[in-house]
Design a protein around this ligand. Structure first.
Ligand code: NAP
Ligand code: MG
Length: 505
């Protein structure tokens, strides 16, 4: 593992950065930045240094009322009544405005959650492509949908109405795109929204709000509050909110589902995961090493769908362990603002402690760390901030906590399956032996055999020899990984309410 001594670099680079949003006392409603009601502030910490560099209002229920009221007025106005193609044109303009702000977005994102700039530099382009993709679905909303009664005698006109004011609640790992994947379909559908970002990452989304305003989206359609999970709870339960879209942890998702169940309020939940990469006996390990970091350790292991459990055939177990170890060892950990950094810090101090606890539990339960296993600060160079050495555990067994629970940090577990006679049944059983069901991968040379294994995996998405989400294909978790889907036409449907108008033909 290469460590950068990043202090001199960090200070020099940070001294030169000038970001539009740092210490702020406003939230966004009625089309303008306006002072929040309360006087409390939440700090924004740079996880690479541990320094506080920003702050935002810790919102109050009055702030939620202001933002929801603004969204409610906008929903009573022209927005839901515009032709979908007009709303699509706004989406395209937002995409252009987002692209103009790529650098601000990237640097704000990296300073608030420690994502390497190599990762956050793509956030604006990805957000823009999500807006542009949903703009292409205007035809689907505009098309006449008339369905004859199967036995004749009449027909039904099917309307797809926007649900209303939507609460969009996001986590800290991808603070821009996990909002945009909700915002774009909500806007195309004709909904209005109130966004609540995660406490560690409240600033980069303000740059998206500026892009929305610059695109000329009518006042009140998009609103922003900042504050703790308690504020999120107030927003979820607000009487005017018609739908909740949430990405975050499974325990918080359960609470939101319970609240929405009581209120009979539609909810979409994108939750945690513990996904597996099945290495088939014929896998090309050189090719696998080229995609390994993206598919199993993306964003310093803080990505919901990555396959952090690698299931290796007994016949090639040592080879897989050596390849994974060498690949991780060759990747640089360091200041997320350095362009060649692959592994940054954990996003928060509490996540840093959680990851270290998991590493200790892995060691205590008998797993073998082939690399890593300590806070990076102990290895020199990364004295400040929340760095944990990227860690590879071999000899992991299915009962260990590190094999069962979502760690959400730079830790890979390699398990062994019995491939006697070329069978992969045990690998499929291991992959499916989890409460989660979000991502997954199959590495193999034979496309048909790989597809057949993917078909047996009980999960929402599977990649064959690589993983990337496709804006046009549904993404969602099974079991404890969530409820409902985002992306694709299915993701748009989540913001619609159907009405059938029956008439004699
Ligand atoms: P989290 O703790 O569940 O928080 C997510 C969001 O919910 C934050 O904005 C949080 O605010 C808010 N919140 C907390 N309690 C709430 C409540 N009772 N009611 C309403 N909102 C509440 O998740 P996180 O720690 O930010 O993110 C990591 C998790 O997200 C991981 O489990 C990861 O797997 C999951 N994730 C899933 C996906 C997916 O698509 N399936 C994608 C990315 C991440 P505060 O920050 O102020 O507490
Ligand atoms: Mg949390």
């Amino acid at each position: 593992m290469t460590f950068a001594t990043h202090d001199a670099f960090s200070l020099a680079v940070r001294a030169k950065i000038s970001l539009p949003h740092t210490h702020v006392d406003t939230i966004f409603f009625d089309g303008a930045w306006q002072p929040a009601q309360g006087t409390c502030r939440n700090p924004v910490t740079d996880p690479a240094t541990g320094d506080v560099w920003g702050s935002v209002p810790d919102g109050t229920p009055e702030d939620v009322d202001a933002a929801v009221g603004s969204a409610q007025r906008a929903f009573a106005g022209e927005w839901p009544r515009l032709a979908p193609s007009r709303r699509a044109a706004y989406l395209v303009r937002i995409a252009e405005e987002v692209e103009k702000r790529a650098e601000e977005l990237s640097l704000t994102n990296s300073r608030e959650n420690g994502s390497p700039v190599a990762e956050s530099a793509g956030a604006a382009a990805n957000a823009a492509s999500i807006f542009r993709y949903f703009a292409t679905l205007a035809d689907y909303l505009e098309g006449e949908d008339v369905r004859p009664f199967p036995h004749g005698g009449g027909e039904s006109v099917v309307r797809r109405d926007p649900l209303g004011v939507c609460a969009l609640i996001a986590p800290w790992n991808f603070p821009i795109n996990l909002v945009v994947i909700k915002l774009a379909p909500a806007l195309l559908a004709g909904c209005t929204v109130v966004i609540k970002p995660a406490s560690p990452t409240p600033l980069s989304i303000r740059v998206i709000i500026e892009a929305v305003a610059a695109a000329g989206v009518p006042a009140g359609v998009v609103n922003l509050v900042t504050g703790s999970g308690r504020l999120g709870d107030v927003l979820v339960k607000h009487p005017v909110v018609a739908k909740v879209a949430f990405t975050g942890s499974t325990p918080v998702g359960r609470k939101i589902a319970a609240a929405c169940g009581e209120l009979l309020r539609p909810v979409t939940l994108e939750l945690g995961g513990k996904s597996s990469a099945i290495v088939l006996p014929d896998a090309d390990l050189d090719a696998m090493s080229k995609v390994l970091i993206k598919s199993s350790m993306r964003n310093t292991g803080q990505t919901c769908y990555i396959s952090t459990r690698i299931l290796a055939p007994a016949s090639r177990y040592d080879e897989v362990v050596d390849m994974v170890t060498a690949t991780i060892a060759a990747a640089k950990q360091g200041d997320p603002l350095e362009p060649d950094t692959v592994f940054g810090p954990c996003a928060t101090e509490s996540q840093y402690r959680t990851v270290l606890e998991y590493i200790d539990s892995g060691l205590a339960e008998g797993a073998r760390a082939t690399i890593g296993g300590r806070p990076a600060t102990l290895s020199g160079g990364l004295e400040h901030g929340y760095f944990v050495e990227p860690t590879v555990f071999a000899d992991v067994t299915p009962d260990m906590r590190i094999s069962r629970e979502e760690i959400f940090g730079p830790v890979i577990c390699i398990l062994k399956y019995n491939d006697d006679g070329g069978t992969v049944d045990e690998a499929v059983a291991l992959a499916n032996n989890t409460e989660f069901g979000l991502g997954g991968l199959v590495f193999g040379k034979d496309p048909d055999a790989s597809l057949a294994v993917a078909d047996r995996m009980d999960t929402g998405s599977v990649g064959l020899n690589f993983f990337a989400s496709n804006h046009a294909a549904p993404f969602g978790g099974r079991h404890d990984s969530g409820l409902g889907t985002e992306y694709g036409i299915e993701g748009l449907n989540a913001y619609l309410s159907y009405k059938s108008i029956h008439r004699r033909a």
